[in-house]
Design a protein around this ligand. Structure first.
Ligand SMILES: Cc1ncc(COP(=O)(O)O)c(C=O)c1O
Length: 373
């Protein structure tokens, strides 16, 4: 595959990080061990939460979370229709049924106004996604959940370090799950973490992660959802510099906002919003293009210039599986469909320079002229 001059992502790993991995390899203890414990301790402290469980992926975390809440086949979980399919898949794998809810086009997050109409006697939970690193409107979502006695599971896969009104995402509901896939804020290659303040949920997650074991007894059946110490060693030094990583992402996003302003003023695109009281960590920097631009053609033009871009994320009810097996009303999920067709993620990684961002925006500007419909 051709290496792009400006790839979409580049994990921020330095030479010193490799020494941490070497320590694990030298120790002979490769599976869940001291490094997993160290990373969990740091995640608990950073997020001011009682329990943190490192896992082999965020998908495993969401599945375990749903199982720990005791949801069953007919139980419904309301999720956004604009997200990565893992959100919906984990609901099915966790034993419940996903119910899609459209998003707000300004924030790309679950539209709280559309949730209530979807609540039925079978609804047991709401699972907001903090898309691209911006918190969903958790104040409104929690209010609806309380009114209808629903659990809230935060799919915080993209939002490690993000904030909502002075609190971190992931601890606003009953439980939250982060991802450490390479496109996320920090990475262990693959990996995830579930956080919660509930000791009841924590006990169940501990069992589900490790074959049903609790206090050295197999009290139930469970999975192997463990993260290895090799992966945790990759993660640990990144978490030690998480504030620097997040600060840099925010400053890069603000540069893009500034450079893209002339195009925004001409209504050619919209830059991402960050409402008052929110802290956006820009896991992805995603713009919304005008209908007049052929987004896929634009992607190709940019690729030819060495700039890798990607569509925002999926309109999951319109993917092959969900379209086939779920009763998807015609012309529904208007905003999710629009976002799927018109969003574009630009390169964003720690070592990206402001001058390079200027070049990327210049190439974008030139290519846009050739991609008008
Ligand atoms: C919103 C969302 N949820 C869940 C996941 C699944 O994360 P993982 O790959 O760690 O299982 C992703 C991954 O991209 C995601 O974007």
């Amino acid at each position: 595959m051709k290496r792009m001059k400006f790839p979409l992502i580049k994990p921020y790993l330095v030479r010193k990080d490799i020494q941490e991995v070497t320590k694990v390899l030298d120790s002979g203890w490769l599976t869940q061990g001291k490094f997993v414990e160290k990373v969990e301790k740091s995640l608990k402290k950073d997020n001011r939460v009682k329990f943190a469980f490192l896992l082999n992926s965020a998908t495993s975390g969401l599945i375990a979370g749903i199982k720990a809440l005791g949801l069953e086949r007919k139980d419904e979980i309301i999720i956004p229709s604009f997200t990565f399919p893992a959100t919906a898949n984990s609901v099915i794998l966790g034993g419940a049924k996903p119910v899609f809810c459209d998003i707000d086009l300004e924030t790309f997050n679950l539209s709280p106004e559309k949730i209530t109409a979807l609540i039925t006697p079978q609804t047991k939970a709401i699972m907001p996604v903090h898309e691209f690193g911006l918190s969903a409107d958790m104040g409104k979502i929690m209010k609806i959940a309380r009114q209808h006695d629903l659990f809230v599971i935060e799919d915080a896969a993209c939002s490690l370090g993000a904030g909502y009104k002075g609190k971190r995402t992931g601890i606003l509901g009953d439980l939250g799950v982060f991802s450490f896939h390479p496109r996320k804020i920090v990475t262990s290659g693959e990996g995830g973490c579930l956080i919660t303040n509930s000791s009841e949920i924590a006990k169940k997650i501990g069992c589900l992660r490790n074959h049903g074991e609790y206090n050295r007894k197999f009290i139930t059946y469970g999975y192997n959802f463990r993260m290895s110490d090799i992966q945790a060693a990759v993660l640990y030094p990144q978490l030690m510099r998480i504030n620097i990583i997040v600060k840099k992402r925010i400053s890069l996003a603000l540069n893009y906002n500034k450079f893209l302003k002339p195009l925004e003023d001409k209504s050619i695109l919209k830059t991402p919003v960050c409402p008052q009281g929110y802290k956006h960590v820009y896991q992805s920097y995603v713009i919304l293009l005008s209908e007049k631009i052929d987004r896929d053609k634009l992607k190709k033009f940019l690729r030819a210039k060495g700039v890798e871009t990607q569509f925002g994320t999926h309109c999951v009810p319109l993917t092959d599986f969900y379209k086939k097996y779920f009763d998807i009303p015609k012309n529904s999920y208007k905003n999710s469909r629009y976002a799927y067709e018109h969003t574009l993620a630009l390169p964003l990684y720690h070592t990206l320079k402001m001058k390079e961002q200027e070049i990327i925006v210049r190439e974008l500007e030139k290519s846009i002229k050739k991609c008008a419909r």
